[in-house]
Design a protein around this ligand. Sequence first.
Ligand SMILES: [Zn+2]
Length: 427
Amino acid sequence: MLNKNNKGLIIVLDGLGDRPIAEFNGLTPLEKAQTPFFDQLASQGMSAMVSPLTPGIPVGTHIGMAVLMGLAPKDIAHLARGPVEAAGIDISAQQGDVILRCNFAHIEADQNRFKVLDRRAGRINQHTNTLAEALNSIKLPHGIKAHFQAATQHRAVLHLQGKNLSADISDTDCSRMIPADVQPCRPLTEDDAAIQTAEAINDFSHQAHQILLQHPVNKQRIKQGKVPANGILCRSPGQVNSVHNLLNYYKVKTAVISAEATVIGLGKLFGFTTINQPEFTALADTDLNAKVEQALQALQTHDLVYLHIKGTDICSHDHQPLHKSQFIEKIDHALSKIDISDKIIAVTADHSTDTTTGLHSGDPVPSICSSPYGRRDKVTCYSEQNCMDGGLGRLSSNAFLLTILDQMGMLHNFKKEDAPYIAPLHI
Ligand SMILES: [Zn+2]
């Protein structure tokens, strides 16, 4: 029977959707994996292919997760990743501050330019707090104050405070085409604020390189045969804005379990309970049992729980299809202790990632909405191919979330006030 307020669990496997892998005879990592638990969920519900935003557009985790976590589609354009990442590591920004997402990188001076040799400094994951601390002595022009803080692995956040700042500036990150040069930060408008913010970023980048070059942590890394984290790349500048959220609008009490600063940051921005623990690594070696345990506990006190697992996306970025497929099997096994007879359980992803290229793709993601009380389609196995035949067809992730909330009994009859929270039908 459909009760009001069924509990909901949304399992998000980051970058799960994939494309055929040659060494798997054209199967994807999910199609190759044995997943009895997911198959049971597929059998007890409806499957779909879900587009994170709109069909064909690749998105990053912050957009894919934000919409899945109830961000009103009209607010997507205002959501920059910098402020999200900052919220995740408890940086409290004020209106007007500019926040950028950064990477520790390995760079090399080449006359007047800087060449990027490794955008992630060998995925550095130790002593980044010490390196970040050393950059907090940097003084900038125009009375701008810089605060630099390490986040997950090679990631960090640069928080600028001052009177006249603007987020209309370009990235210094060269994106994924390596080797490439560190790009100078350019103002994107003729506005004074944009000009002086860009100058401050360039000044910060140069000073940071000088400090990191001499830093004992990097000297030690070179001795150990590792690449030094001697450069900072900046991207996704943003200013703090308030955003509208569908789950808050429908008064759904929500918790998010994740080790990824971006996802925790979104949870904090939206006012959800956020759960992260040191044994959650955001890699394929994360403690899956502890995560599942936390999800079950959170379900006692929340209507809806997101269980986000990052390792699948990392395997794809690292071109490791077998590792991804095996990790999917491990996840399936860890989840198998969950009772599926008394709650709504969805399985989905924030976006697809093509393990062959290592890049996010615009492909829709295979998804299941399992409900002991809902309709069932003929899909009995969780995979890209099977979900294409799913009874829910093609949905946007906003519509997928509404479908889950409807199964939970959380929605009321449509009123015109609901419209801003709902994406127009475009599929
Ligand atoms: Zn990714």
